[in-house]
Design a protein around this ligand. Structure first.
Ligand code: HEM
Length: 227
């Protein structure tokens, strides 16, 4: 049975990696175009007068792209069981990339805000803080071999995929509604919901899934007590 679930897990993660690939290419490619005259001329994010925050935002695209690609690999059961050394090295790498991505995004927000104004800055700012928090907790608990390590690692993977999920929500929404509730300045109702909806609901579902066994046990005990 374990072989079947391992095989299915590997297939699912393979599919996930194929699905994120376009975004990884886009993010890493755009981040590396920092010195490209066309990018400099056309980009709102490039600010010659603010080299530190420009480096931070372009740098966060490169490390964030790598994070999106590498984080799901940590979910591979066979790697965790058979290649623990690789799992550890990859774990530190993913956590480091998450810290760098979060810090890069937060530096840019602190310096210039975002295209969507204070509301978007709040949503993206919280996203960055949660990413940093999840990376720190995952490593801290793993080093103590604490069982809560797995829950934090799962949160970290969800947050690592958040930026891709954000774009997927927009892609699907545009395909089905033609972009209702979206505006160029990200002030539409859909835009305003999106700044939180690409990570908070997924974290809540995970929380529910983590709590489910305990809730079911409690219900079973209550049912037995009343019979
Ligand atoms: C998880 C991996 C991440 C990747 C791959 C990523 C990638 C990108 C890319 C490629 C852009 C440029 C827009 C575009 O070409 O689509 C961007 C913009 C931005 N990202 Fe990220 N990002 C990630 C995580 C984060 C985090 C955690 C934060 C918050 C701390 C953040 C904050 C921002 C901000 C503020 C902008 C500019 C928004 C504006 O246009 O005003 N990103 N990101």
């Amino acid at each position: 049975m374990r072989r079947v679930t391992s095989f299915l897990g590997v297939c699912l993660i393979g599919l996930l990696l194929l699905s994120v690939w376009w975004f990884v290419e886009h993010a890493v490619g755009r981040g590396l175009r920092l010195a490209d005259p066309d990018e400099i001329a056309a980009s709102r994010l490039y600010r010659a007068e603010a080299p530190l925050s420009t480096l931070a935002i372009y740098g966060h695209m490169v490390v964030g792209g790598l994070l999106t690609l590498l984080a799901p690999l940590q979910l591979l059961g066979p790697v965790r069981r058979r290649l623990p050394r690789l799992h550890h090295v990859l774990g530190y790498t993913v956590a480091g990339l998450a810290l760098a991505t979060g810090i890069g995004g937060l530096v840019y927000i602190a310096a210039h805000g975002t295209i969507g104004g204070a509301w978007m800055s709040l949503g993206f700012g919280l996203y960055g803080l949660l990413l940093i928090g999840a990376a720190t907790q995952t490593v801290r608990l793993a080093r103590r071999r604490h069982p809560a390590h797995r829950a934090w690692a799962a949160r970290l993977v969800i947050l690592a995929l958040g930026s891709w999920i954000y774009r997927m929500h927009y892609g699907l929404w545009h395909a089905f509604t033609g972009g209702a509730g979206t505006q160029d300045d990200f002030g539409g109702i859909f835009d305003r919901i999106q700044v939180f909806a690409f990570y908070l609901p997924y974290l809540m579902v995970l929380q529910l899934a983590l709590r489910l066994p305990a809730l079911l046990r409690l219900r079973g005990r209550a049912a037995r007590a009343t019979t």
